[in-house]
Design a protein around this ligand. Sequence first.
Ligand SMILES: [Zn+2]
Length: 484
Amino acid sequence: MSVKLRQNAAIANESTLKDSQHILFVLSSIDDKNIPFKDNLVIKLKRIKSKFNDLNKTPLTIELPNGGVASYVILDHQLNMFQRHTLLRKAIKPIISEQAENIDICVFGEEAIKEAHTCAAYYVVTVNAANLPSRKKEHKPNALKCVTIHGYKATHDYAYVNARVAGNTLCRELTITPPNDLTPTVYRQKIAKLASENGWNHKEYDMNALKEMGAGAFIAVAQGSEQQDAAIVHLTYNPANAQKHIAIIGKGICFDTGGHNLKPSKYMLGMHEDMNGSAVSLGILLAASQMQLPIKLDCWLAIAQNHIGPNAFKQNDVITALNGMTIEIVHTDAEGRMVLADTLTLASREKPDVMIDFATLTGSMITAVSDRMSGVITNRSELATKATDADSESGERIVMFPYNDDFDSDLDSDIADIKQCTLEGDADHIHAARFLGKFIENDTPWIHTDLSSANRKGGLGAVESDTNGFGVGFGLALIKRLIN
Ligand SMILES: [Zn+2]
């Protein structure tokens, strides 16, 4: 999708907007007096027994005299980015749902806050106007061709917002794609195409290579599929001006049946989205290269499926991971930490400055924080502050969890170096992180992201679709903080 952008420094009025059919009014305070079509707005506010000030909690959409529609929202000073994005999403929803071709964003208020408000509004409009895969015969695609900003003219063309939108959209496209349309084979082909289009270095470790290397943790999961098409894919973006070396790692389970510890149907439905962590990583890589960030970015994708079958791994199996550690299998549905273990080892051997992984990993993280936010665990306290700052900037919310070593005793095994997990599952999100940490070499600084908010019914923050691409914005904001 390529949307044309026009920027107009003049404040919008009824005459400049007389031909506009789809308008978003972004007001900065409850004091804005001269907003266009105020009479029509006041009539509707009266009708629904609402007040002007309520627009900072509930955006309102009105019919315009020319037959168009306009939404009004007030972005208060005290609101954080998540709250602003949420209000803007609600405001733009009735406009996007009409397959608008042209949208006018009219910004009001003090000069100092206009840049931030325009950025947020432009992001929320364009990310929700992206087209996602649909197999419906009657599908009505979004048709946004042009966005005109009134009331603020930036010195840039929002290329970094466009890059974030491209990354988020790629993440959602891949995640939503049905599992019969995104097998590991197809996924690997798509990744190879993206790599050649974007000039990324591309290398694959297929099943034969991984067996030879001794990547037993990854193999344990992937051996259960009839088609032996799993692989660890390694992509690199490496510009000449790279200042730091960062690795991102994504869980890419294209379908998760749970394996021999089979999921019940209620919990298996939707498990084609268990590759979301790899899609988040690809989204970040795409956006970072479009933004031309001065970093070397390694992207490691653990792509496999978790199937039942005669060759599938089972409880009490003991396998040897790439780093030589033996693992006692406790639950075949805890496959994510298995494929990630060897992938983290490979990533850490390249000695990056920081590693960040993304994975739809544990149900206990959803129990802990719901699907409204995601959980983050790190082996460095200074990285926790950067992660919290990245939440504030991106509007993608995270909660920090501890990484205390006394949890390790729960993973003691009688027969192997470590147990894969426990069956109690109370603190499985922390156990999973403690487990994963054992496979990182060179004491590499590391941030683990458990994507509990990858899918929330009715959307989340800026994004209206259930699958919301959480992690792309957070990851980009975090990486920008790691450069400095
Ligand atoms: Zn699983």
